[in-house]
Design a protein around this ligand. Structure first.
Ligand code: SER
Length: 882
């Protein structure tokens, strides 16, 4: 039975039993901060389990084949992968769910029937494990299924209690294990969960509790069933192999690796492990990238980077020193693309990202391996068996070597790593990062709000109107001339979703407050105001108390410019996706009145052609004057309609969708213009890499764009005028100028070399000869520091024993000293260049130092140059003569 049939039978079986077949959710969870990657089929149903949303399926049952990655957090198999036949970073989970519908009996019975009747696994091969406290399940296994009591093992929380993450839904489980026979463990008392003879196939969770952050358990609103069967393990059983990697699921990758490396999968344990690591890791990488993740330096990105580096390192075991992981994308997609079309759609991006990341890491890896071998040799020849935390940290910090690689390579040579020391250094690094990455702000403790009038506040009118009557509800003083106001209702947009807060005024006959920013504080919309004149602010509170009725009015022109830029941000996002690919994800944005900034994930620098194309697409939409509309809808309907959603949006809740005709649909809470024509013009002003796989585009619209174009034209005219060139001649003229400049520089260098040579010759002639040694201490005239250095180096060539100390006043008026001392003078006369320059520099009002054989220093007082050199001469001669 091939893997495609195994999937099909599973889904058909549960469909017949009234389950709705649900698509796998992405491996990159959309809106769950407790997870880096989707780790189980139940993840997408978490909100149903915890009662946040109602179950949309009738009857309340579902089934799926879910893409999972377990490489972080509570469920982390990364270190295990490769060592055995059945651990994976990426795997598929076959699952069926009951949301407060059927419970233990049906769940166990249906699982048993599917395995024994549909897949025809001999019943004698199957065992069950139950939780100690779960008598009911044990009874079902014994009395209803008829399983021999000896084959029902009882385990504790460690094996038979399942939790999604540190917090979240959880409950006791019963598992079905497959017995591979005595061959894998001759011990007659071998049991599931403790012997390699058994492999867990199916985990049936009775999802009844919620784990709180303090560790306590609360009952969930209903008793649910959550099952998960390891697809790869099942396929292996049905294909009669103990090794998942020998099934049709992995064959295409295993064959490709064999072809590239010239090794055979079954050669020996070491080689086998390398094959498995590669065949496994490509799946996690490809699926994660297809769902929008990218290798990077933090969080999810860093985990991906580690997986890729682990794969690259294992390729070295197969004697492959060139990027190979990317070559496994194509066999993987041939096999899995028909089931998971996102792989097909993203194939070029996946290949490109993996290849470029691998190329970058390759060199580092080879240096790192060399360094590691040196370290290991040193440890072993010193008769020790532990690599210091410092060495491991150096490999990590300087060579990007993941710790688990270092530990693995260490264990291959019988060594361990000092983890305490390593952790200590990591902590120090984190502290450093914290202290340099942030600065401490001394928060002024804000005063408490003063209530002005009673009633609800902050009714949001920002989409409907630009001015309204309102009542001041709350007042707070920020400083002598700044106050904060909360209104009963307001047209002001409070900063959110990247869009800056509105400005405007809040006024009546008695006072006038300039709103300089608007922000959210919890649910309150806070208007930050500067009183019209300072004196007024002193008695403003009484004034407001006496007259709380106001008019609130936003600054129309500024908001209008913000609207344009927000709509432009959506157009840019859409254009980026069509030019660079749909893997582009918005990573942040800033929409202001005078510009917009858009951060996005992408793995390489867009070409100028691509940027121009993006700009052109946006401007075409502007010219086509498409209508922009907003619509309140359910998350699911919006997504079904093809809307782009960002992280953090909850499905089930009502969302606001901004549509630009058919061109773009995005969930967004911002304010927009009603037709694209009003943007007038869109220009990209900057594009740059901001690190961690992220890039930033800055752009402008409307009159700001016109002003920008005009200022460029003005500068352009100025350039042409200064070069006396026409438009077509400018670049040629510049090239010529640069050529001329470089000729002049070369000539100058030659002259300066010649001058240095002459000066050196003269100095040499007038050198003071003391026995075998020469002492050259002099002021020289030079045009640059380089010239000074050149003289010293010319002199060095002709002084086999001696001291050279030159001082000069440079063009900027500063003093420079250079000193060179030969080895013999350092040793027998204790003359050190570093010390000498420090002394002379101190006299000339400066500082410096350096090595004993060569040092430089500077001073600020040219008048003291002569006396500084005199002093040095005295010291040096004294040392030589004594
Ligand atoms: N959530 C459980 C698991 O992942 C059963 O699906 O094992």
């Amino acid at each position: 039975m091939n893997s495609e049939q195994v999937r099909k039978i599973f889904l058909e079986y549960f469909t017949k039993l009234g389950h709705t077949v649900v698509q796998s959710s992405p491996v990159v969870p959309l809106d769950d901060p407790t997870l880096l990657f989707t780790n189980a089929g139940m993840n997408q149903f978490k909100d149903i389990f915890v009662g946040k949303i109602a179950c949309p399926y009738e009857p309340p049952r579902a089934a799926s084949t879910q893409k999972c990655i377990r490489v972080s957090g509570k469920h982390n198999d990364l270190e295990e992968v490769g060592k055995d036949e059945y651990h994976h970073t990426f795997f598929e989970m076959l699952g069926n769910w009951s949301f407060g519908d059927y419970f233990k009996q049906e769940a166990i019975q249906w699982a048993w029937e599917l395995l024994t009747e549909q897949y025809k696994i001999p019943p004698e091969k199957l065992w069950a494990a139950v939780h100690y406290d779960d008598k009911e399940s044990a009874q079902i296994w014994k009395n209803i299924i008829g399983l021999d009591e000896r084959k029902i093992v009882r385990c504790g929380d460690e094996d038979n209690f399942w939790e999604m993450a540190e917090t979240g839904p959880c409950g006791p489980t019963t598992e079905i294990h497959y017995d591979w026979g005595e061959k894998f463990d001759p011990d007659q008392s071998a049991l599931p969960n403790s012997s390699p003879r058994f492999v867990e196939v199916w985990n049936i969770v009775f999802m009844q509790y919620f784990r709180n952050p303090d560790g306590s358990l609360d009952p969930l609103p209903a008793k649910n069933v959550d099952t998960g069967m390891g697809f790869e393990r099942l396929v292996a059983i049905l294909q009669g192999t103990r090794d998942d990697y020998s099934t049709d699921l992995f064959a295409p990758m295993i064959d490709t690796i064999a072809e590239i490396s010239g090794h055979r999968y079954d050669e020996n344990d070491r080689i086998r492990m390398a094959f498995r690591v590669l065949a496994d890791h490509i799946r996690a990488l490809a699926f994660a990238i297809a769902d929008g993740a990218l290798p990077g330096n933090t969080g999810r990105g860093y985990v991906l980077r580690r997986i890729l580096r682990r794969a690259a390192r294992f390729s070295r075991i197969l004697d492959i020193h060139k990027p190979i992981v990317w070559k496994l994308v194509s066999p993987l997609i041939d096999k899995m693309g028909p089931i998971y079309p996102e792989l097909l759609e993203k194939a070029p991006v996946i290949t490109h990202i993996i290849k470029s990341e691998e190329e970058r890491f390759g060199k580092t890896l080879d240096y790192g391996i060399e360094l590691f071998e040196e370290i290991a040799d040193r440890v072993i020849s010193a008769g020790e068996n532990e690599i210091s935390g410092e060495d491991a940290f150096k490999l990590y910090d300087t060579y990007g070597f993941p710790l688990d690689l270092t530990r693995l390579m260490a264990s291959e040579r019988g060594l361990t790593v000092n983890m305490d020391e390593f952790e200590g250094l990591m902590e120090q690094q984190r502290q450093r990062a914290r202290s340099t990455g942030t600065f401490s702000v001394e928060h002024q403790k804000k005063q408490d709000w003063i209530k002005i009038t009673d009633g609800e506040d902050s009714y949001n009118l920002c989409y409907e109107t630009e001015s309204t009557e309102a009542e001041i509800r709350l007042f707070r003083r920020l400083s002598d001339d700044k106050i904060e106001i909360v209104l009963s209702q307001t047209p002001f947009y409070a900063e959110s979703g990247g869009q800056i807060g509105d400005t405007g005024k809040i006024y009546n006959k008695f006072y006038n407050l300039n709103v300089i920013d608007t922000r959210y504080e919890g649910e309150h919309i806070v208007h930050i105001c500067a009183a019209d004149n300072a004196g007024q602010s002193m008695n403003i509170l009484e004034n407001i108390r006496a007259h709380p009725q106001v008019k609130a009015e936003i600054e129309h022109q500024r908001r209008d410019a913000i609207r344009k830029n927000h709509t432009a941000t959506h157009l840019l996002h859409r254009a980026l996706r069509s030019v660079l690919g749909t893997h582009i994800r918005q990573a942040g944005s800033m929409v202001a009145h005078d510009r917009l900034r858009f951060d996005y994930t992408h793995y390489e620098t867009p070409t100028i052609d691509q940027l121009e194309k993006i700009e052109r697409i946006v401007n075409e939409v502007i010219q086509n004057n498409l209508p922009v509309s907003t619509q309140i809808t359910s998350y699911q309907d919006a997504i079904d309609e093809g809307a782009i959603a960002l992280f953090g949006e909850k499905y089930g809740s009502k969302v606001r969708m901004v549509k630009i005709n058919d061109f773009s649909k995005e969930l967004c809470g911002g304010t927009h213009i009603d037709s694209t024509g009003k943007l007038g013009l869109f220009l990209i002003t900057d594009e740059q890499n901001i690190g961690s796989g992220m890039r930033r585009i800055e752009a402008i619209t409307g009159l700001t764009a016109v002003h920008y174009a005009q200022s460029i034209r003005r500068k352009w005219s100025e350039i042409k005028r200064k070069l006396s060139a026409t438009e077509d001649e400018v670049l040629d003229r510049l090239d010529k100028l640069f050529d001329e400049l470089s000729d002049i520089r070369k000539k100058q260098e030659k002259l300066s070399d010649a001058r240095a040579e002459t000066t050196a010759e003269n100095l040499l002639e007038s050198a003071l000869q003391i026995e075998q040694s020469k002492v050259i201490i002099s002021k020289v005239t030079v045009r640059s520091r380089d010239e000074l250095l050149k003289i010293v180096s010319d002199l060095e060539k002709n002084v086999s024993s001696g001291v050279i100390l030159l001082g000069a006043v440079l063009q900027d008026g500063k003093v420079a000293f250079v000193c060179s001392v030969t080895e013999d003078m350092i040793n027998s006369n204790n003359i050190k260049a570093g010390e000498i320059v420090r002394q002379v520099a101190t006299v000339a009002g400066g500082s410096g130092g350096g090595r004993p054989d060569f040092a430089q220093a500077g001073g600020n007082n040219p008048k003291k140059l002569d006396s500084a050199l005199k002093l040095a001469e005295k010291i040096i001669l004294h040392k030589i003569r004594n």
